[in-house]
Structures are given as C-alpha cells and as structure tokens.
Write a protein that binds this ligand. Sequence first.
Ligand SMILES: O=C(O)C(=O)[C@H](O)CO
Ligand SMILES: [Mg+2]
Length: 261
Amino acid sequence: MPRFAANLSMLFTEVPFPDRFAAAAGAGFRGVECQFPYQYAAEHLADLAAMNALTMVLFNAPPGDWAAGERGLAALPGRDSEFRDGVELALDYADMMDCPCLHVMAGVVAEEDWAPALDTYLDNLAAAADMARDHGVRVLIEPINPVDMPGYFLTRPEDALRVIETLDHPNLGLQYDIYHAQMERGALTDTLEDALDRIGHIQIAGVPGRHEPDARGEVNWRYLFGLLDAHGYDGWVGCEYRPRAGTLTGLRWANDWGIGG
Ligand SMILES: O=C(O)C(=O)[C@H](O)CO
Ligand SMILES: [Mg+2]
C-alpha cells in the first residue's frame, strides 16, 4: 500500500503554513513534504511534525532567487559556493527534522550554455551527495516538464537516469514526479519497472491540470499504485497537486488508503 505524504506547499493552503501540519495529520496523512521551509525555524517545523506524529519526508535545497526566475543553482556555472552553502543550510534543516531526502534543483539554463552547465551539474551533485551522506540524507534530482518550468535544465527522466549512472554515487537518486513525466513523454510503466532501484521519492498529480490524481485525468492511478506495490516500492508518494476545489473535498481519491473524510 503506497505511503502518501501531503505536500504542504500545495495542499491545505486554506490555512497558514504552520497549521497545515495539523490539517494533514487530521486528514490521515503520516508524512508531509514541502518545497522551501526556510521562512520558518527548523526547530519550529520539527516540533510541528512531532506534535502531529508526522514524518517530514522531503524538501528542496534553496533554489537561488526564485522571485527573479531562478529555479535552482546546481547547474549554474560560477554559483558553486552559493550552491554548497545552500546545501549546508538544507542539511541543517534535514538534521533537525530527521528528513531522509533532499531535492536539489538544477536551474534554468540557456540552450547554448548546456555543455558547461552539465560539467557544473555533475560536480555539484557529487559534492552534495557526499555532503549529505554524512547526515544520512539522500540527494535527489527531479526532471520537470518544460511547459510548467520553461528552460529548466533537467526535463527528461532518461537524462536524470543518465546523470545518476554517470556519477554512480550511492547517495544520489531520482525524484520521479509522475505528473512531470506524463507531461513530457509518459512511459510511466517502463520507468517504474526499469529504474525503481534508483527512485528515492515519487510525486503525483493528475494530467492535465495538475489536480487530484483521480479518474478524471489521463493517468490510470490504480494501476500505477498496484505496480508500485507489486514491485515492492517502499518510499513515500508525495501528493503535489493543486486541489480543484478545496483540499479536503478533493481527497476522495485517497479514501481507500485511509486518507480524507
Ligand atoms: O515542481 C515540482 O514538481 C517540485 O517537486 C519541486 O518542488 C520544484 O518546485
Ligand atoms: Mg515535483
């Protein structure tokens, strides 16, 4: 049975961020994830998770200047020390929250700069995976589709897997966001069956629209959850979607797994 985690950056946005922990626990979640926790003290977030018997399963390293359009630093030449400082900060948060996985974003890169960006990306990922190993945290990379994030350096699961194979670092894995994968090329079964040992975290959202993972979209979720069970996937499945009309109302899809009202 999949272990679902609520993404607190996208679910329960009806209430302020700190209150989303209790809301997620009240709906039956045992795990939570978020995109960027840095606005809040790590101790405070750790307390909120503990008080609500929740595991914080994943969050992102600092992405650079988000308001200016930056979407990560790992593949940006000349930003290495800022990238590594960000990973240090993220690992402090991970230690405090006992979080097992850290998503490191590549960044937006112009096509003509791809070659130097790839060298930088490989160096930075190797460094981050080394740094995180000492904290018992796994570094993950996530392909993000170019419709939602134009210019993002890592768009295809096969490219992410090539990066992971090239580095061959035991502490580097794939964050497989099925929404982005379906938006890009699909081949969901092939990736899940061929690369499950490289997958450290899964995220879900319906296609089209990035709403609830239910029968209204083009993905057969029951089949995919069955596939994960059949292959013994024991990681978390992050619910990273935009509810159509309220988080709780939209949780009907998860009732069979003890979540929602
Ligand atoms: O956008 C996504 O799918 C993510 O998982 C990241 O947190 C990047 O925002
Ligand atoms: Mg995602």
